[in-house]
Every structure is written in C-alpha cells, then in structure tokens.
Design a protein around this ligand. Structure first.
Ligand SMILES: NC(=O)C1=CN([C@@H]2O[C@H](COP(=O)(O)OP(=O)(O)OC[C@H]3O[C@@H](n4cnc5c(N)ncnc54)[C@H](OP(=O)(O)O)[C@@H]3O)[C@@H](O)[C@H]2O)C=CC1
Ligand SMILES: Nc1nc(O)c(N)c(N[C@@H]2O[C@H](COP(=O)(O)O)[C@@H](O)[C@H]2O)n1
Length: 219
C-alpha cells in the first residue's frame, strides 16, 4: 500500500503523560516547540484526533518560525464533532476532516457547511475512521509525509495499524501522575510484549530543560 511517511511526535512528561488530569498540556519548553515547528515545516500534513481539537483548540500551523507555507491540517473525526469555530478551520491553512461513511441528515448538513467553508471532508470506514484507507486517500491527494501530533487515542490507532515510521519525543523533567491523565499511547494496548511496536534508537540529545529521543519503527 502506498502511504505517507508518518512521524509521531509528542512532548511528554517523564511518566509518559501528554497532559494533566485537568488537561493542562504545557509540557514542552520553547526550544522544543521550535523543534516541532521545524518538523511541521518539512511535512505535507499535520494530523490530530478530534479529542485534541476539542481539548486544545490547536492552530496546527507554523507560527513559531518563519515559513512561507503551512502543511495541510488533518483531523480524524468519525462523528463530525468538530466545532465550526475550531481554529483548525480558519483560513490559515487547508484542512481535511476524515470522517466515517456512516451518515444521517444532521451529519450531511454539517458536511455541506464545512465544504462551503473550504474544508475537504473525506469519508472512510464505518464506526471509526479506517486509518489505513485514510493513509491511502491522503497519499493520493499528494500528502507524502505526515507529522502525527496525537493525542494518545489516535496514536494508539496509528501504531496498532503499523502506520507510523518514525518517532520523536521530547521528555520534559516533569511528573504529572494520574491514572486518567492521557499518555503517549492510550487505547486498548497490546496484550503481549511479542505484539508490541519495536523501535530502533537513532539519536538523542539534550534540549532546553529536557531531552529529545528519535527512533525508527522496526517493520
Ligand atoms: N503533549 C503533547 O504533545 C500532546 C498532548 N495532547 C493531549 O492529548 C489529549 C487528547 O488525546 P485524546 O483524548 O486521546 O484524543 P485524540 O486526539 O487522540 O483523538 C481521539 C479521537 O479520535 C477519533 N478517532 C477516529 N477514528 C479513530 C481511530 N481509528 N483510532 C483512534 N481514534 C480515532 C475518536 O473520536 P471519534 O470516535 O469521535 O472520531 C477518538 O476518540 C489532550 O489532553 C491533549 O492536550 C495531544 C497531542 C499532543
Ligand atoms: N510538542 C508538543 N509539546 C507540548 O507540550 C504540547 N502540549 C503539544 N501539543 C500539540 O500541539 C498542538 C498545539 O498546536 P498549535 O500551537 O496550536 O499549532 C496541540 O493540539 C497538540 O497536538 N505538542
């Protein structure tokens, strides 16, 4: 299958959290955010799950460094829960919403509004977005590289389907704790260590107050 090259990046605490139990996701230092924006500047698309849009209202543009273009923003949103005033829907960059083929009158109405706003809505899968199919669709739209920016539920979906090629994480010297706090990879998890995603460490370095680790995913 032809698919975009996918880089998974997060800023996480030493205990693997992406945010606190109250959804405070201030983890990366300024130097790390600049590093992330340099990656953004080198990919065709930036992808997040609807959970991240609802909790963070991100822009998903390049705004920490100078850049003459923005990658396409991709939101994975089965039930089309995206608020029409979400910042990812502004005119700063193109946006693709990936939703399921499941349909009802209300959903179709919202799709039409989104299309009028210039948003590209793609349908793949039933129940939940079929991520493998989505990757194929995105590749055929000319998106050959993607920065996957979470959150933990979408990260699980992408790792489980074997769709991630590279990992870079910033580990901040912070501990958030909390069983309910989102982690780098949530979802159901693998049942045995044999099934897990295996990584090859490629590089590591100190950045600001924390550390960056870079891996290739073993296929
Ligand atoms: N520190 C960091 O670097 C980052 C932190 N975060 C934090 O992570 C948290 C959000 O994470 P989370 O709540 O897990 O949300 P996600 O952003 O991972 O979105 C998850 C949602 O995506 C939708 N989805 C659709 N299809 C799939 C699929 N095939 N597989 C997986 N998900 C699918 C589901 O909703 P539906 O069924 O409705 O479509 C699902 O609930 C926030 O607290 C945010 O601040 C997020 C990114 C980076
Ligand atoms: N790398 C990184 N470090 C953190 O500490 C973070 N909280 C995040 N969050 C991700 O970045 C998105 C915000 O993007 P904008 O600045 O609004 O463009 C947020 O939604 C998460 O995906 N990342």
């Amino acid at each position: 299958m032809k698919k975009p090259y996918v880089i998974s990046n997060v800023g996480m605490t030493l205990d693997g959290k992406l945010a606190t139990v109250n959804n405070d996701s201030r983890i990366s230092c300024e130097e790390d955010l600049i590093r992330v924006h340099k990656i953004r500047a080198n990919v065709d698309g930036i992808m997040v799950g609807i959970g991240t849009v609802l909790k963070d209202d991100p822009r998903l543009t390049i705004h920490k460094i100078k850049s003459d273009k923005n990658p396409v923003r991709i939101v994975v949103d089965s039930k089309l829960r995206i608020p029409l005033n979400a910042r990812v829907l502004n005119k700063d960059a193109k946006t693709i919403i990936a939703t399921t083929e499941d349909t009802d009158e209300e959903k179709e109405k919202k799709i039409n509004i989104l299309k009028e706003m210039g948003v590209d809505v793609v349908k793949c899968g039933k129940g939940r977005v079929d991520l493998k199919k989505l990757m194929e669709i995105l590749y055929n739209k000319g998106i050959k590289s993607i920065l996957l920016e979470g959150g933990g539920t979408l990260n699980w979906g992408m790792f489980k389907e074997g769709l991630v090629d590279e990992v870079s994480v910033y580990i901040a010297p912070k501990i958030f704790g909390g069983k309910e706090a989102p982690t780098y990879v949530d979802g159901k998890g693998f049942k045995t260590a044999d099934e897990c995603v295996k990584l090859e460490l490629k590089n590591f370095y100190r950045l600001g107050e924390g550390i960056v680790l870079e891996f290739k995913v073993k296929k």
